[in-house]
Design a protein around this ligand. Structure first.
Ligand SMILES: *Cc1c(COP(=O)(O)O)cnc(C)c1O
Length: 370
């Protein structure tokens, strides 16, 4: 095998070797099936067991009670930007959004296609370098009493910020359901599912394979009347009824997600993942803060433990650093084009050694270029 690099991509992201090895081992012939998961019918007994086990393991990892349904859907987290609105609000209804970064803004744009999307908090004025309180930011409107949802992005993948506490819906907004996009931190930080009406997450960040999106939603939401215009594929209820298999599901991605759930369990669960992620991010932030060369623009209390953004003194040095790191086997450190600079994504699949190696390379680069 060629040597594997440390992949700091924001997604798809590095996965643990044992997960990949298990997938490799089973690739040609899944035990008891006589065929690969890639070839298997989603109506087969073997696949039924795979999706059941994946759901059971995710429920255990996140302590998801029976009041919630768990779905494995296609279309990415981006499809959820619209699907959430179409299922929790009628066309034209008011919905509240917190704008804390790139994806939260995109979610609000999709909300605006469906209804009256109101920004109730924003950190745009300060380039998304902190997590805004409700009412904060020049764009923020008063919280609408008739809001059907409050949508927020738990971890801001592009700008490297993270909510430490969930936003509070004002008591007067009685119908508002709390919706969290946790794409880039699910299973990497503790999330109390009971605080939410709905959580969604694209799997390619912290779970691993692209092609599947996890949705966890309160079952009581399934009884709502949905506007007739909403396509069947964008309705939760038929998907729940069909156990995510109304149509052909992303079988292989669900299977690999299931392997990842098992791996997280073996490591000690989400609490242990969070401990490791704090340790990894803490090392890197400490190094950046003590350096006169690298900087992190985020308010310290709001820093993400999954995506660490940092800057070098200028664009040329940034490009040189990204290239130097890549030549040493540390790839995808270039920041998102909306934010510039560098970004190291430290998802569950990134071992501590990778972060230590990154700090070493950063140190050497600083010495050579200061
Ligand atoms: C990556 C990401 C998305 C978009 O995910 P897709 O699966 O590519 O649609 C949405 N929200 C957050 C927080 C993300 O990190």
């Amino acid at each position: 095998m060629e040597e594997r690099v440390y992949n700091f991509s924001a997604g798809p992201s590095q996965m643990p070797l044992p997960v990949l090895e298990q997938a490799q081992k089973d690739l040609l012939c899944y035990p008891g099936a006589g065929a690969s998961v890639l070839e298997m019918s989603h109506r087969s007994k073997s696949f039924d067991a795979i999706i059941d086990q994946a759901e059971a393991d995710l429920r255990k990892l996140m302590d998801i009670s029976d009041d919630y349904a768990v779905l494995f859907l296609q279309g990415g987290a981006t499809t959820q930007f619209s699907e959430v609105c179409m299922n929790l609000a009628h066309q034209g209804d008011t919905m509240a959004f917190i704008k804390s970064g790139q994806f939260s803004g995109k979610a609000m744009d999709e909300g605006a296609r469906w209804g009256n999307a109101v920004c109730v908090a924003s950190s745009a004025d300060e380039k998304y370098t902190f997590i805004p309180e409700i009412g904060e930011g020049s764009e923020a409107q008063p919280f609408p009493e008739d809001a059907k949802i409050l949508h927020f992005t738990g971890n801001n993948t592009v700008f490297g910020t993270m909510f430490r506490q969930i936003p509070q819906i004002p008591a007067f907004a009685k119908d508002a359901k709390l919706v969290g996009d946790w794409s880039s931190a699910i299973l990497g930080v503790n999330i109390d599912v009971r605080d939410y009406d709905l959580i969604y997450a694209g799997a390619q960040k912290n779970i691993g394979p692209a092609g599947v999106t996890v949705v966890i939603l309160k079952k009581e939401l399934l009884d709502r009347e949905i506007d007739p215009v909403v396509p069947i594929m964008l309705r939760y209820a038929p998907m729940v009824k069909a156990r995510s298999m109304y149509n052909t599901p992303p079988c292989f991605s669900i299977y690999v997600s299931g392997l990842m759930f098992k791996w997280v369990q073996e490591q000690g669960g989400v609490a242990e993942m969070e401990r490791r992620n704090k340790e990894k991010a803490g090392l890197l932030y400490d190094f950046i803060d003590n350096s006169g060369f690298y900087t992190n623009p985020v308010r310290p209390g709001d820093r993400s433990i999954m995506n660490v953004v940092f800057r070098l003194p200028d664009d040329q040095l940034t490009a040189d650093f990204v290239a130097t790191a890549a030549s040493k086997g540390l790839i995808n450190l270039k920041g998102h084009r909306a934010n510039g600079g560098c970004r190291a994504s430290l998802y569950n699949g990134m071992p501590l050694e990778g972060v230590k190696k990154l700090i070493e390379v950063m140190k050497d680069f600083e010495l050579a270029n200061k």
